[in-house]
Ligand binder design. Structure first.
Ligand SMILES: [Zn+2]
Ligand SMILES: [Zn+2]
Length: 395
């Protein structure tokens, strides 16, 4: 069962063209100039009121129908990732080292398609805010839009977001009431030692040795400092030190990410990481400083809006295709900042589980054009079901 809105599905070929065009021209966070222009021009051509430049490259469009003061926000993200695409199809990235490997090209087109449909059909009463945010991938685009006055300039009673989910079959949705995705921090640990000739280690304070011990030491926070029932991830993803075969370097830098579902656990991790880094380094005669920056809050769905989102999706694909008790997701998502300031819900839409399909952030990942009309229908039905028009409907 797939109750996709027919007049959206009728544009499948055009939507696919839009999506592939954006895919071929990926832009990193806060650099989405081409994408924002394309989005703004399309929204204007649908007759919407468009404002650019919110959160640097963000775009917000407003569609008011009727006199009702009811309002709803729908949000998509526009940024790509610093990944060298390995796909060989015709619409692969034209920019080496940049790639839409998270499907934000698809999210953008799904929301554009919903905007076009709603501007034409006008089968609701109230105000819709279409939010195209920049820099979701760790650069704080949602927060930047909020700091630029998103909710003051464009008031909305609830806001809804969506992400594609590779490995989940087409026609399925997943959502959780309450905490759904982890909050996350980025960190750097600067280790200072004393450089020396590579053949004279006793003349050095080796920052490489200290960095290696800190890297393994950090893993004990997960195994020893947090309750086994509380999810926590600490990943050192970069170790940088040295430039030569025969020089013990002066410094080393460790970097990585931390994920958890509560602010308390994040704070505990920060405190333990700082202490461990300092004292392990001190044991070797070196020093270490932790720089810990929370980049994502845990994503928490409001129960009422989560139910509304799930019911809306169920109307499209049937109750049996909605996972309402999806496992917690360790990845992060900066839509959490919008949900921290406005009621709302975030849902996952199946991107397909076909052979060879890759996860997000993989160089072989591809957004599935088959779900464009379904995702757009979901956005459109959220509006029509939330901003219900009183009185007789058009036949
Ligand atoms: Zn991503
Ligand atoms: Zn993403």
């Amino acid at each position: 069962m797939m109750n996709v809105i027919q007049s959206i599905a009728d544009f499948q070929d055009e939507l696919t063209k839009w999506r592939r065009d954006i895919h071929a021209h990926p832009e990193l966070g806060f650099e989405e100039e081409r994408t924002a222009k394309l989005v703004a021009e399309k929204l204007q051509s649908f007759g919407l009121d468009v404002q650019r430049g919110l959160g640097k490259t963000g775009v917000v469009a407003t569609l008011q129908v009727g006199n009702s003061h009811q309002s709803i926000g729908l949000r998509a993200d526009m940024d790509a990732l610093p990944i060298l695409e390995s796909n060989q199809f015709g619409h692969r990235s034209k920019y080496p080292g940049k790639m839409h490997a998270c499907g934000h090209d698809g999210h953008t087109v799904m929301l554009l398609a919903a905007a076009r449909y709603l501007a034409e059909s006008k089968n609701f009463d109230g105000c819709v805010r279409f939010i195209f945010q920049p820099a979701e991938e760790g650069l704080g685009g949602a927060e930047a839009m909020l700091l630029d006055g998103l909710l003051e300039q464009f008031p909305m009673e609830a806001v809804f977001g969506m992400h594609n989910s590779p490995g989940m079959p087409v026609g399925k949705f997943a959502i959780l009431s309450g905490p759904m995705m982890a909050g996350g921090a980025y960190f750097d640990i600067h280790v200072d030692g004393k450089g020396a000739h590579g053949a004279h280690p006793s003349a050095s304070i080796d920052p490489v040795i200290a960095a290696a011990h800190i890297t393994t030491g950090l893993q004990t926070i997960v195994s020893r400092n947090v309750a086994p029932t509380q999810p926590l991830v600490i990943s050192v993803t970069q170790i940088h030190s040295g430039d030569a075969y025969n020089v013990i370097p002066q410094t080393a830098v460790l970097s990585g990410t931390v994920r958890a579902f509560s602010k308390t656990v994040l704070a505990m991790a920060e405190e333990r990481m700082g202490k461990l880094a300092k004292s392990i380094a001190a044991g070797f005669g070196a020093t270490a400083e932790l720089d810990f920056r929370i980049r994502f809050l845990p994503l928490v769905n409001q129960p009422e809006e989560a139910d509304f989102a799930a019911d809306t999706a169920a109307e499209l694909v049937g109750q049996e295709n909605i996972h309402r008790d999806f496992p917690l997701i360790m990845a992060s998502e900066d839509f959490s900042y919008m949900l921290d300031n406005c009621p709302g819900a975030y849902i996952n839409i199946g991107n397909g589980d076909h052979a060879g399909s890759q996860g997000v952030h993989n160089p072989g990942y591809e957004f599935n054009d088959e779900i464009l009309a379904l995702g757009a229908s979901y956005y459109a039905r959220l509006v029509e079901r939330r901003l219900v028009r009183e009185g007789p409907q058009d036949a």
